[in-house]
Design a protein around this ligand. Structure first.
Ligand code: ADP
Length: 454
């Protein structure tokens, strides 16, 4: 059970008053938790079976605008309801909020109760089922990088996000003094998450002022994505409780390193690592080689799901530890894909393309779809590349902009087969909406550049 609270235990905690609130949450397109706060008594009596939400939750942007162009819902269709079906296996305590538990919900059609095809949890579940049909269980880990800033969200918003001050004023990569100064935020994050059933391994300072990373033990792919969104929520809420702000915006300054959410992937056959072959080069099995060849071949097709906003593409910058090239390496951090655990049962591929703003369900599903296609096509993997890949012109680039990545998504036969046209069209529209919003904005940069000099 990925959660840490049975429904029976919840009912007795509600009865003895130690739990009075249950958060019923769905995951939206942006990977955010959205839902309702139930009284414990009402959840235990009836809402545990089902509750409802407006179906615009899978058709809004970050600002909750209602853009045109989605087949799934619209003003014309009247923005009806989805059913929220609690997945009771995810029931857990939320120790950073008093008297609170949480459950993740799947989205179902209000009328025929079928899965909502374009909901992030359903998309990932379908790709996991594809792997399972081959006798393979995908195991994944996502590394959460983020920045801590002085001042809470309201203070920073009220200042117009001017003169932002990273909590630690210097690069705190592995730095034990600087991270001690952030322990009033990071220690409750680690400990509360563990108490919520999220198996945190560690946190560490990262390679930029104010930047932290949280590592969670790898898990089955759905649990990994659930852990990611719960951890992200905890980080933001606990930071807020401590009077500081956490941001998962990947790039907040052009001269600062950005935040990533690297994804580690491996496939297992029961208890055996299907990626491992002690006689294979680097300990890689033929299954791993074909899967990785698929991820490389289709990396541009899936980039929108790894880098969903205009800002995401600013992270892909030379000399910043963020990749710019689609290639694989043996433990080389300048490549989009890095082999880890070489020659051991822990052999796995780390995809370094995803930014901290990715939706983990969509990113994992897209990488799985690409890798499984590689197995189906029996692709062969070329040799690893080495050296400084930023200057290597012999390997392909990661799409340079959201607009370029959107066109790759729209044209992707692989993703249309794996996700279905309905879902690909839906997320293509979501990416267009982001680009349209950016294109309509007049930025500070344009004014400063052109006001006098144009
Ligand atoms: P590094 O710090 O070099 O990136 P870590 O040893 O901290 O590597 O591992 C990074 C992540 O990889 C952790 O979250 C860990 O749980 C995960 N991981 C370890 N083994 C596997 C595996 N076989 N498959 C997927 N993820 C794994």
């Amino acid at each position: 059970m990925p959660g840490n609270l049975t429904f029976t235990d919840l009912k007795s905690k509600v009865a003895d008053g130690s739990i009075d609130t249950v958060l019923a949450c769905i995951v939206d397109m942006q990977g955010r938790l959205m839902g309702k706060r139930f009284t414990g008594s009402h959840f235990a009596a009836s809402a545990w079976e089902e509750t409802h939400c407006c179906n615009y939750l899978l058709a809004t942007d970050l600002e909750m605008e209602t853009p045109e162009g989605y087949a799934a819902t619209s003003w014309r269709a009247g923005y009806g309801d989805y059913m929220m079906k609690p997945d009771l296996a995810t029931l857990r305590l939320v120790p950073w909020l008093a008297g609170t538990a949480m459950v993740l919900c799947d989205l179902r059609d209000h009328h025929d109760q079928g899965d909502i095809e374009h909901s992030p949890r359903a998309i990932l579940k379908r790709q996991i089922a594809r792997a399972q049909a081959l006798g393979l269980t995908p195991m994944m880990a996502t590394e959460l990088e983020f920045f801590l800033f002085q001042g809470d969200y309201n203070a920073l918003r009220n200042s117009g996000y001017r003169d932002l001050k990273p909590y630690s004023p210097y690069n705190l990569d592995y730095n034990m003094l600087a991270t001690t100064k952030e322990e009033h935020v990071m220690r409750p994050i680690r400990n509360h998450l563990v108490a919520a059933g999220v198996p945190v391994e560690n946190s560490k300072g990262e390679a930029e002022a104010g930047q932290e990373e949280l590592n969670i033990r790898y898990a089955e792919a759905l649990d990994c994505a659930d852990n990611h969104v719960i951890a992200k929520q905890a980080i933001k809420e606990i930071a807020w409780q401590q009077g500081v702000s956490a941001t998962f915006l990947p790039k907040w300054r052009d001269d600062a390193v950005g935040s990533a959410a690297h994804v580690h992937l491996s496939l297992w056959a029961g208890k055996d690592p299907a990626f491992y072959d002690k006689d294979g080069a680097h300990g890689m099995s033929s299954t791993m080689r074909a899967f990785c060849a698929g991820m490389l071949k289709y990396a541009a097709d899936v980039t929108v799901f790894l880098a969903p906003y205009v800002n995401s593409y600013k992270r892909f910058a030379k000399g910043t530890f963020a990749p710019t090239k689609i290639a694989w390496s043996v433990d080389n951090r300048t490549a989009g894909f890095r082999l880890c655990g070489e020659g051991s049962k822990a052999v796995r591929m780390e995809c370094r393309i995803p930014g901290s703003d990715m939706n983990p369900y969509l990113a994992e599903a897209a990488l799985l779809a690409a890798g499984l296609k590689g197995i189906e096509e029996r692709l062969s993997l070329g040799d690893p590349v080495g050296g400084d890949l930023y200057d290597d012109t012999t390997v392909p680039e990661i799409p340079r902009s959201l607009a370029a990545a959107t066109e790759r998504l729209r044209a992707s036969t692989m993703l249309r087969e794996a996700f279905g046209d309905w879902t690909v069209d839906h997320y293509t529209r979501a990416a267009e909406v982001e680009q349209e919003a950016f294109d309509a904005a007049i930025t500070d940069w344009e004014i400063a550049r052109g006001f006098e000099k144009a």
